[in-house]
Design a protein around this ligand. Structure first.
Ligand SMILES: Cc1ncc(COP(=O)(O)O)c(C=O)c1O
Length: 404
């Protein structure tokens, strides 16, 4: 018998954010070329500095992080998370409902390991940040995409969600604000999703990692606030709001006080204990970070970097013949559409590859987010606004070479 040194389920696991076009960009860099990498939402690589408040804690308290801590996390950090999520309207939380993880990435993988069995289905948006499809696949489950309608501000299509529920549906994922579209869902949509979850007895995974990164005075509502009777898993972390992706700081918050939540809690305890604990150094900063709301606000106000970058990016895209876009409400992303009637783009990955070779700009093709048609791409809007504006013009120039 011949061994395969890869489990069968690995065949579908991949991330286009760090896929073949990304590796080609690395090759070009190794050959001395300068590539503008707009593929990853990683603020530190674009000069965003960590908040001073956090730096001080790390320097002062590093010695406190040398031992393993509790499997759910350090008590002081858990308490700070309970306080934060309670302030967002989630009811009945205690420290035992909180699991601190090495980023939301580990949280997603722990959750799907805990809940999703072979053949179980998990509903998720199309387009969707690929962490969710990959975590489900790695657990032996099946990602099932529900449509989000671009014409309706990328809002989840409620009828499509209903149509895709089967006996095997275990959970529904929402990402709000969304990656890759950057939009914030209105409460009315969240309430409709809650009703579907209620009627079909399914768990909701609400990825809220961008909840503090919302523009224009809009307000994020936690899904769990609107559905206190349901089993809701809220996921959040500090990677984005405090520009510390490398510290790997995330958490899971279980709410609903249901039998399902208790069972899931037990399964998570088992998984968390296998990996002993999550990085303790980053847990030290959680109480300080969650109090430092000013840092994030400064990036979003009208003179802040994120605000100016979004403005430049959306304005430039709107000037380009062949591109259109729904402006984002939050996060760092935008998901422009290519007019494929007038431009010869039939394969979005080939478009990304061609752009990289021609203009030294790395973007991610829309199909890399499970999007159904090859006519979108995601831009990470983290470079300074002048650079970003020019990059959009360069994308526009490249697109013109493909005019029919
Ligand atoms: C929607 C979403 N969820 C989770 C993550 C993972 O974040 P973390 O750094 O906490 O693992 C990201 C990172 O880009 C994301 O966009």
């Amino acid at each position: 018998m011949q061994y395969k040194f890869m489990a069968e389920r690995m065949e579908n696991i991949h991330s286009d954010i760090r896929g073949p076009v990304f590796f080609r960009a690395l090759e070009m860099e190794a050959q001395g070329e300068k590539v503008l990498k707009l593929n990853t939402g990683n603020p530190a690589t674009f000069g965003f500095k960590m908040p001073k408040s956090i730096k001080e804690v790390i320097i002062k308290d590093v010695e406190k992080s040398l031992g393993y801590c509790g499997l759910r996390g350090m008590k002081t950090a858990q308490e700070a998370i309970v306080e934060y999520e309670t302030s967002k309207g989630i009811q009945g939380l205690t420290v035992d409902d909180v699991f601190i993880t090495n980023g939301v990435s580990e949280a997603a993988s722990m959750l799907t390991t805990a809940l999703v069995g072979v053949g179980d289905e998990v509903l998720m948006p199309s387009p969707c940040y690929s962490l969710w499809s990959n975590s489900v696949l790695a657990s032996g489950g099946v990602p099932v995409y529900y449509d989000c309608n671009e014409e309706e501000n990328w809002s989840p299509d409620i009828d499509d969600i209903k149509a895709k529920i089967t006996k095997k549906t275990k959970a529904i994922v929402i990402i709000n604000p969304n990656n890759p579209t950057g939009v914030l869902y209105p409460n009315s949509v969240l309430l409709e999703i809650a009703e579907i979850a209620r009627q079909n007895d399914i768990v909701v995974f609400s990825d809220e990692i961008y909840d503090r990164l919302v523009f224009d005075g809009k307000v994020h509502t936690s899904f769990a606030k609107l559905a206190p009777d349901l089993t809701v898993v809220t996921l959040n972390g500090l990677s984005k709001s405090h520009c510390v992706c490398g510290l790997r700081c995330g958490w899971i918050c279980l709410s609903g006080n249901t039998e399902k939540a208790k069972e899931l809690n037990k399964a998570l305890v088992a998984i968390a204990s296998v990996r002993l604990c999550s990085n303790a150094l980053m847990q030290l900063i959680i109480p300080t970070a969650l109090k430092d709301t000013e840092y994030t606000k400064q990036m979003l106000c009208e003179t802040g970097r994120l605000y100016l970058q979004r403005k430049a990016c959306v304005e430039a895209i709107n000037e380009i013949d062949g591109l259109s876009v729904v402006p984002n409400d939050g996060a760092f992303y935008i998901f422009p559409k290519i007019d494929t009637e007038r431009f010869n783009v039939t394969d979005d990955k080939a478009f990304a590859r061609g752009l990289l070779e021609a203009k030294k700009i790395l973007i991610v093709a829309g199909t890399g987010f499970g999007y159904k048609t090859p006519d979108h791409f995601r831009v990470v809007m983290l470079p300074e606004h002048q650079t970003l504006r020019q990059a959009m013009y360069d994308i526009g120039d490249y697109l013109q070479t493909l005019k029919k």
